[in-house]
Design a protein around this ligand. Structure first.
Ligand code: URA
Length: 208
């Protein structure tokens, strides 16, 4: 029942996002890439922002980075449809440039709502932008990855962005495989009951 309500609320939020003009990215996007996956996922992934393929299809991680994400998931016995995948910004930054602070601020409420509604036990942040937004850390991903951080009644496990593994080769990939294995052991060790819904006060403070 709660699951159906979360799915319905996510759909409503996606409709709101589809008409969003809160930042300049609205002018150049083809599609808003809201998110994809199960409203009752126990693990959620947060990337940076849609690339060209994602902008054209309206679905996150459908290009080469997405294929690597699917492979890493299958190595820990998960399918993409067991998870929920979203990005820090929902519209493609032109030319795949980094999202700007004003764009992240304009968009972060959607991500906070997605996390609140899905209520996953584990959030895996992919790369620096998602990790910095959630953990409010100045240290980069190389320093932060490799462990689980308690975060609003759940854990955040940071790892490299899949695009970094595509560029960086086997050592980056091996680190990502370790981090995905940590997702698996964390999920296995965690009961459903451990991810309590956040209180209203916590929800407001999610991203400060
Ligand atoms: N890179 C991201 O960060 N997100 C996507 O959806 C695709 C590529």
């Amino acid at each position: 029942m709660a699951e159906t309500r979360a799915a319905e609320e996510l759909e409503r939020l996606a409709e709101v996002a589809a008409a969003c003009t809160a930042c300049g990215l609205a002018a150049t996007r083809t599609n808003v890439v809201f998110g994809d996956g199960s409203a009752s996922a126990r693990v959620m992934f947060v990337g940076e922002g849609p690339g060209r393929n994602e902008d054209l299809e309206g679905v996150p991680f459908v290009g080469a980075a997405g294929r690597l994400l699917n492979q890493l998931l299958s190595e820990i016995g998960l399918q993409r449809s067991d998870t929920y995948i979203a990005n820090v910004v929902k519209c493609r930054p032109p030319g795949n440039r980094d999202p700007r602070p004003d764009e992240i601020s304009a968009c972060k409420g959607y991500l906070a709502d997605q996390i609140r509604l899905i209520n996953p036990a584990v959030v895996m942040t992919l790369g620096n932008f998602a990790t910095k937004l959630l953990l409010k850390e100045e240290r980069g991903i190389t320093r932060l990855r490799g462990r689980a951080y308690p975060w609003w009644n759940r854990v955040v496990i940071p790892t490299f962005h899949p695009a970094a593994a595509l560029r960086g080769g086997p050592s980056v990939l091996a680190s990502m495989q370790e981090d995905f294995a940590l997702v698996r052991t964390t999920l296995d060790g965690k009961s459903e009951a451990e991810a309590e819904p956040d209180s209203p006060a916590q929800q407001l403070e999610l991203f400060g």
